[in-house]
Design a protein around this ligand. Structure first.
Ligand code: M6R
Length: 615
């Protein structure tokens, strides 16, 4: 989603703003812009990439010591230069605004502002904010006060950065429902949507909280919180030293972040499991100091998530039911938040999210709490995210920054975390014997090595990818806990190669989708050596009998052999309950190599954003 960078420094901030935008490119965008004061408030905007904005900046010798910059992912209004941020509004002074989020009451505000004489030059909800600030500047000459008055009238989710022509030595930022942080540097102060944007200038960050409005000057800052509009007050926020390294957000020897992130999986799974790998038993403490008490009273699980994180939840349902004997509901967050579900006070709500900023997941969690769910756990990859702050318990996956829009290492680390949760609950419920516990820990300990071995199937995947690149549709089949893995494989393929891909529980095939099968429809099947293999084999026969070409991922010693119309890639070993984690890897590689064949933008697929901070 949109990316924001702001800077107030003693030197020219343009290189800092452009580098910040470049580092936020992974979030997804369709236009970019920058504003600063240099002989008046000026801006440059483009529907091209950040590199093109850089060329414009060079051509126009754009320089200044205070500036705001933005990458826009279109919500209100097409991706065009006139809708690109920053948006301006002119009154006694001229203001510039960049914004991430959606202003839900923008139509009402727009009408009011038009009556007050403001002319709108874009179709965006953001321009409303710019004019509202100008309107409020008629009541107070102080930009900070004007922003405070303005945000009080905004409904919806936003992070904004504002600057003005008359007093260019500061910027004002505000956060409500979309991520924003401050960076405190030696030569200036900064704001950005995430920490990676500011690493070249500082490691010292303040994560703004909901309702925070901050003024940034070169030599200082102040923050007030206006969540409770009756008592706006100055607040202190902790300064964190970021542990992110530049290496974590650089490509290194890889061609794409997605490739890098696929190959990082053995290492990040080891990091995520670090606390149990050297232990002989598992402890509820992994999830927080209150976990044991909460888990003891947990009688069911409600999982809320979107996209790939939702698929992780679907796998966990199989584990939680079979190992811990717990009833488990897995809900798409954007659906759950608008249903009338019946809350169960002893259900543990588990919100899963890579970013911890997904608007639907945050809203679904809030809704679950409002319905009477008492306890919640976040499984999340970003320690400072909104999600982590909103739950009683948390488990941080340690995947490191995931830059590719297509989620890979976040998914497998989520699965590792969910297995730890399942084992912990099973143990507390007397369903995990010491022997089984030791066996599972041994299997987890082996997982990084097993993943490393699976990655070696890449050359065989490349051969398949050449064939897939010619196709327009694909089916993915799985059974049991590998059905969600089929869903994840289909999502990966469609996301980055733009091939239409659908996943089915293999037993469902004859209830409809079989009608689609012919020689032009490749059918990918996930066929591990488990109790459902014989059933799956019958389903695959149904495909083959209709001329469908099968691409089957099996385990070593599988009875399924390569033959006419049946292509087989064998994974080196069978991982029992952890098999979904291993079987994910070849599907990620398949999507990646098909996308390479099709020459698509692997890390930034069209129309998609990394962190979906709007509804
Ligand atoms: O950050 P989150 O895990 O909450 O994101 C949820 C989805 O937006 C995300 O998984 C999306 O589906 C990915 N692009 C899938 O690769």
């Amino acid at each position: 989603m949109c990316g924001i960078v702001g800077a107030v420094a003693r030197n020219n901030v343009v290189p800092i703003l452009l580098e910040g935008l470049r580092r936020l490119e992974y979030r997804g965008y369709d236009s970019a812009g920058i504003a600063l004061v240099s002989g008046g408030l000026r801006r440059l905007r483009t529907t091209g990439r950040v590199a093109e904005l850089g060329k414009l900046v060079d051509e126009q010798a754009f320089q200044g010591e205070t500036g705001i910059a933005h990458t826009r992912w279109a919500t209100h209004g097409a991706p065009s230069e006139r809708n690109a941020h920053p948006h301006f509004s002119a009154g006694a002074t001229k203001v510039a605004v960049v914004h991430n989020g959606i202003i839900e009451n923008h139509e009402v505000l727009r009408q009011r502002l038009q009556v007050a004489g403001f002319e709108f030059l874009s179709d965006t909800d953001t321009e409303v904010i710019a004019h509202l600030i100008t309107l409020n500047l008629r009541k107070t000459p102080d930009l900070f006060e004007a922003v405070l008055c303005s945000v009080a009238e905004l409904q919806g989710a936003y992070a904004i950065a504002v600057m003005e022509e008359a007093r260019p030595e500061r910027i004002v930022v505000a956060r409500n429902g979309a991520p924003l942080l401050l960076g405190l540097g030696e030569h200036g102060n900064y704001a950005a949507s995430d920490a990676s944007a500011l690493l070249p200038v500082t490691r010292y960050m303040i994560y703004l909280e909901e309702g925070d409005v901050a003024e940034l000057r070169c030599d200082g800052y102040r923050i007030v919180n206006c969540l409770d509009s009756s008592s706006t007050r100055e607040v202190m926020r902790a300064v964190h030293e970021s542990e992110l390294t530049d290496a974590a957000v650089e490509l290194g020897p890889y061609a794409h972040f997605m490739q890098k992130e696929i190959f990082e999986q053995p290492g990040v799974i080891a990091n995520t499991l670090e606390m149990v790998l050297n232990a002989h038993s598992i402890s509820p403490q992994l999830f927080g100091s209150d976990a044991e008490n909460i888990f003891k009273h947990t009688d069911s699980i409600l999982i809320l998530a979107c996209g790939t994180s939702y698929h992780a939840g679907l796998v966990a349902r199989y584990w939680l039911e079979s190992m811990a004997g717990l009833a488990c509901n897995v809900e798409i967050a954007s659906e759950y938040r608008y249903r009338d579900p019946v809350a169960s006070p002893h259900a543990l709500v588990v919100a899963i999210s890579q970013s911890g900023e997904t608007a639907d997941t945050l809203a679904a969690l809030g809704y679950a709490k409002s319905l009477g769910h008492r306890h919640s756990l976040a499984i999340c990859n970003v320690p400072e995210s909104a999600l982590v702050r909103q739950t009683d318990l948390r488990f941080l996956t340690r995947a490191g920054p995931e830059i590719g829009v297509a989620s890979t290492k976040a998914f497998t680390t989520q699965l590792a975390a969910l297995m730890l949760l399942t084992m912990t609950l099973a143990k507390l419920r007397g369903k995990l014997s010491s022997e089984h516990e030791r066996g599972m820990i041994t299997a987890l300990r082996h997982l990084p090595v097993a993943l490393q071995r699976v990655l070696q199937v890449e050359p065989q995947i490349k051969v398949w990818a050449e064939r897939f690149a010619q196709k327009r549709h694909a089916l993915f089949l799985g059974r049991g806990m590998h059905y969600p893995i089929a869903m994840e494989g289909a999502l990966k393929l469609k996301e980055i190669s733009y091939i239409h891909a659908e996943a089915y529980a293999a037993g469902e095939l004859k209830h409809g989708p079989l009608a689609l099968v012919d020689e032009d429809m490749p059918v990918v099947a996930i066929a591990p050596n488990n109790a459902l293999l014989e059933k799956l084999k019958s389903n695959l026969q149904e495909v083959r009998a209709r001329g469908g070409e099968l691409y089957v991922f099996v385990d070593a010693d599988s009875p399924i052999q390569q033959s006419e119309g049946i292509h087989v890639i064998s994974l080196p070993e069978h991982a029992g309950l952890l098999s979904p984690i291993l079987h994910t890897i070849p599907l990620q590689l398949l999507a990646y190599h098909v996308a390479l064949q099709k020459n698509t933008d692997v890390d930034k697929p069209r129309n998609l954003a990394k962190s979906v901070t709007v509804e």
